[in-house]
Every structure is written in structure tokens, then in C-alpha cells.
Design a protein around this ligand. Structure first.
Ligand code: COA
Length: 326
């Protein structure tokens, strides 16, 4: 059976660090509160000259270089993002041009913070079906651009980064073994950026009402997220006849340390087999799982043959999991 194997991973986070101490001066909050409730100590914020495609491009270049793949070999680019450069052209299209991927189709995929798993799943399907040989999957966000820095419930969480993975068709045992995608629109109002689309196009009124910023009912998101995370992780493991003990590493979406800990407790995985970098990057949306994967590889925490589970959830709601043999 042809599988999609990840042959190169890259990540990029903007240089500018926004600390909890700086946020203390912007809204009524404290370093202690943020660390205790979220585990986040600092996050990266793009500077004014950077947009999502700039971050995506840097992550993609690193992934291609590590994979030893030329831009012309890429058949398809899938970018998971909720903060694309503009409505169109798509961010994937911009990256396609900047990278010089002359033979590639390109698409953006909107699944909020599940964009990592969604992009990986879509990319792998094209390879498994035999349609394409090499797919570039990217998760990239400039969430700071939709954050209301007077809203202490969201500005402490969201941040900017990009990650990328080059998938290549392979006949061996290694590769993406399975992916699962879920969604439930009943929860849409809990995490939403209301304006800027066809429902509420930009007007003075939408700007005055701050409708272009992300709004969240954090406490309710928290409860649903913990349940979804655990459900999809358990389901993909049991369907593949794998137990949590078999996993070398769990790479969860980095939204909040408490959500990760709750999922880990339910899965019965020890924390030393979980990648956590939310303390340094905050919630980077569709980028987070890719950025954490890159870190895991850089730290030598994944070896050939290892079983790796990834899971994410996000606005919509959307959620999903991916199971890989490295
Ligand atoms: N600093 C200090 N106090 C804050 C605060 C902040 N940054 N943000 C909220 N509070 C206050 C609230 O106003 C509330 O005050 P009140 O009791 O006087 O009304 C109190 O803290 C408790 O609020 P609550 O929302 O119940 O806190 P919480 O423990 O649920 O933590 C979040 C808030 C946002 C950290 C938490 O709900 C969370 O992380 N949710 C998930 C969000 C997420 O992951 N979203 C992305 C999904 S991809």
C-alpha cells in the first residue's frame, strides 16, 4: 500500500517575543494568572512587514531543504490557515509563486486550529490515492492580526508561527497510517471572527463594533475541547489496534497546558511522551502541531519506527487526529 511519509519538516516563528509581563501592562491580568490557567509564558508576534505567507514560506523552505526536494517536484500545496494574507489569492498560491513550485496545484484549507491535522489528512489522501507523489503541507497563522488587545480572554493565548511538512509517496511501513476529521457547527458561536466575510463585509460599523477580532467563550471552549481531544485520540488508536503504551510520542495542538494535561490523563500517556511548547509559543492555530513536530525532531525525540499520535481541535468546531509511523 502506498503511504504518505513525512520526509522533511520546517518551522518558523517571528523574532518578536511578547511576554506575560508586557501583557500585564496592556490588560488587567498577571503573569501568575496566565501561567496557572494556560501554561503560556511568552508568544511570538509577527512584525508589521510580515504576513502569514511570509511565515509559511520560511517554514516551507526549511522543510524542502531538509527533505532534499526541489520546488518543481511539488505536486500540491495545502495551507491550513484562518489568517491568510487576503481573501484571495490564497496563501497557498502566494507560497507556490514565492517558492517557484511551477508544477503544483495549491489550496488554502480553513479549519481553524485543526488546520494542521486537516491539511495533513488532505495531503496524505492525494498520495494514498496515487494521484500525487509529493505534497507540501503547511500550517501558518498571524493570529495576532485578529486579536483584540483589549480583550484579556484571548490576547494572552493567540500568537503567530508557521510549520511545514513535505509528504512523499512511499511503499514501506513508515508514513501516515490513519487520519480522522470531525466537525460540529453547533459550537460555532463559541469561537468566532464575525466580520470580514460575506455575512458582515467590512464597514465602518463592523470596525467600530470590533467585529473583525476573534471572540471566544473560553470556559465553554475549554470543556468541549477536552472532550473532543480525548474522543478522537482514543478512537484512532483503537481503530488501529494500538494502545497508548505503544506510542513513542503524543503531539497535541498547543492551545493550553491544562487542556493538554486533561487529554494526556484520559489517554493515560505519561507527560514525558508528550511534546509541550505552548509555554514559549502560545496558541499558534494551524501551525502548532507542525511547530511542535519540528521541535520534537530537533530534540531527537522521534526515531525511525516510532508511533506518533497527533491531535488538534479548533473553532467551528473542528477536530481530528493523525497516527504516524516514523
Ligand atoms: N487575566 C486575569 N483574569 C482573567 C483573564 C486574564 N487574562 N481572562 C479571564 N479572566 C477572568 C474572567 O474575567 C473571570 O473573572 P470573573 O470570575 O470575575 O468573571 C475569571 O478570570 C474566570 O474566567 P474563566 O473564563 O472561567 O477562566 P478559565 O479558568 O476558564 O480560563 C481561559 C480562561 C481562556 C484561559 C480558558 O478558559 C481557556 O484556555 N479556554 C480554552 C481556550 C482555547 O484553547 N481556545 C482556542 C481553541 S483552539
Amino acid at each position: 500500500m502506498t503511504r504518505a511519509r513525512i520526509i522533511g519538516v520546517g518551522a518558523y516563528a517571528p523574532k518578536r517575543i511578547l511576554t506575560n509581563e508586557e501583557l500585564e501592562r496592556m490588560v488587567e491580568t498577571s503573569d501568575e494568572w496566565i501561567v496557572q490557567r494556560t501554561g503560556i509564558r511568552e508568544r511570538r508576534i509577527a512584525d508589521e512587514s510580515e504576513a502569514t505567507s511570509d511565515l509559511a514560506l520560511k517554514a516551507a523552505q526549511q522543510a524542502l531543504e531538509r527533505a532534499g526536494v526541489e520546488p518543481g517536484e511539488i505536486d500540491l500545496i495545502v495551507v491550513g490557515t484562518t489568517t491568510g494574507d487576503m481573501a484571495f489569492p490564497t496563501t497557498a498560491n502566494i507560497v507556490q509563486h514565492q517558492l517557484g513550485c511551477r508544477n503544483a496545484g495549491s489550496m488554502d484549507l480553513y479549519a481553524a486550529c485543526s488546520g494542521s491535522i486537516y491539511s495533513l489528512s488532505v495531503g496524505s489522501q492525494y498520495i494514498e490515492s496515487g494521484k500525487y507523489r509529493t505534497v507540501l503541507c503547511i500550517g501558518a497563522e498571524c493570529l495576532s492580526r485578529i486579536v483584540d488587545y483589549t480583550d484579556r480572554g484571548t490576547c494572552i493565548l493567540l500568537a503567530d508561527a508557521a510549520g511545514a511538512a513535505v509528504l512523499r509517496a512511499s511503499d514501506g511501513e513508515a508514513g501516515i497510517l490513519d487520519t480522522d476529521l470531525y466537525s460540529d457547527g453547533r459550537y460555532g458561536e463559541l469561537l468566532i471572527q464575525p466580520a470580514g466575510g460575506s455575512r458582515y463585509p467590512a464597514t465602518h460599523e463592523t470596525v467600530d463594533k470590533r467585529m473583525h477580532f476573534c471572540r471566544m467563550k473560553g470556559n465553554e471552549v475549554f470543556k468541549v475541547a477536552v472532550r473532543m481531544f480525548g474522543d478522537c485520540a482514543e478512537r484512532i488508536l483503537s481503530r488501529n489496534g494500538i494502545t497508548a503504551d505503544d506510542l513513542a510520542l503524543f503531539i497535541p495542538h498547543q492551545a493550553n497546558l491544562r487542556i493538554i494535561e486533561a487529554a494526556v490523563k484520559r489517554l493515560k500517556v505519561s507527560m514525558d511522551r508528550v511534546i509541550v511548547n505552548v509555554d514559549r509559543y502560545g496558541n499558534t492555530g494551524a501551525a502548532s502541531v507542525y511547530v511542535a513536530l519540528e521541535e520534537a525532531l530537533a530534540l531527537g525525540r522521534i526515531k525511525p519506527g516510532d508511533l506518533v499520535l497527533m491531535a488538534a481541535f479548533g473553532g467551528g468546531f473542528t477536530w481530528g487526529a493523525a497516527l504516524l509511523r516514523w
